[in-house]
Design a binder for this molecule. Structure first.
Ligand code: NAP
Length: 277
């Protein structure tokens, strides 16, 4: 029987634990979000992050920067946050407007406050198998699999998508846990042949209905990272009705990877705060 990986329930539980842990440690971390311009999707994500902060008792500050500001002006704001002792974590909501040099902005965040884990220093540490602040969506996926005691060692993992925010760090996390990892992308030949070899299949493409049942091995674990809207309805990359009967475990969208991402951001913020102290 297929089991749903309930990211919403797991994230609620982890957030409650986090709240207890913060109280026990007597810490009250501070998170600053930086949003440039007024992209509606980015505003929604940032609002959800602030709501999660409120729920667990993390202080949060929202910095809103008009879209016409230069890269240097944004970096100046981040430097101010870097040196503010009340701020433990800094999250720059991506994507930034096209006029902005995104890598420079990411590199301007102090690695110890980089709760998104996108700074090359943190990514390099992750790829070296060292402790690091780790990107929230990939780590959230690993935590979700862990909560359901799904083994990773020796498993064949296929990830569709090689982005710096999802596919690449996720590949490193799986490798660090002794899985055998294949990363696919838009130039991959015979994609379905590769995906059918997966014990664990992750889709991070951003295309509704992309993963069909023909691409999935019987009994595979299927993780759907995609966020797509079809006729105003949120859905993932996976053709859920077709794939669910073949999978042993599957994440729904909504209620799978998304809530885990936010819970992991909260956990990263506490990690950043504790390291500072
Ligand atoms: N739930 C969450 O918390 C969360 C977090 C982050 C992202 N997301 C969602 O996850 C999805 C992916 O995000 P992202 O930032 O990784 O996106 P991205 O940067 O656009 O990367 C998409 C990846 O899919 C690959 N791809 C595109 N068409 C393909 C095809 N026909 N066959 C195989 N691979 C193909 C691309 O290949 P190339 O590299 O060759 O172009 C690329 O590597 C989006 O829907 C995003 O909204 C969700």
């Amino acid at each position: 029987m297929t089991m749903i990986l309930d990211g919403r329930a797991v994230s609620e539980r982890r957030l409650a634990l986090l709240k207890e842990k913060m109280a026990a440690q007597g810490v009250s971390p501070g998170l600053a979000t930086v949003i440039v311009g007024d992209d509606p999707a980015s505003r929604t994500y940032v609002r959800m992050k602030h709501q999660a902060c409120e729920k667990v008792g993390i202080r949060s500050a929202g910095i809103e920067i008009p879209a016409d500001r230069t890269t240097e002006e944004i970096i100046d704001e981040i430097r101010r946050l870097n040196s503010d002792p009340r701020i433990d974590g800094i999250l720059v909501q991506l994507p930034l407007p096209r006029s902005i040099n995104t890598p420079s902005v990411i590199e301007s965040v102090l690695p110890s406050k980089d709760v998104d884990g996108f700074h090359p220093c943190n990514l390099g540490r992750l790829f070296s198998g060292m402790a690091a602040l780790t990107p929230c969506t990939p780590l959230g996926i690993i935590n979700l699999l862990g909560e359901y005691a799904i083994p990773l060692e020796g498993q064949n993992v296929v990830i569709i998508g090689r982005s710096v925010d999802v596919g690449r760090p996720l590949a490193a996390l799986f490798m660090n846990r002794d899985a055998t990892v294949t990363v696919c992308h838009s130039r991959t030949k015979a994609l379905a042949v590769t995906t059918k070899s997966a014990d664990i299949l992750v889709s991070a493409v951003g295309r509704a209905g992309f993963v069909t049942k023909e691409m999935v091995r019987d009994g595979a674990v299927v993780i759907d990272v995609g966020i797509n809207y079809v006729n105003g309805n949120l859905c993932g990359d996976v053709d859920f009705p077709g794939v669910r009967d073949k999978a042993s475990f599957i994440t729904p969208v909504p209620g799978g990877v998304g809530p885990m991402t936010i819970a992991t951001l909260m956990e990263n913020t506490l990690r950043a705060a504790v390291k500072e102290q």
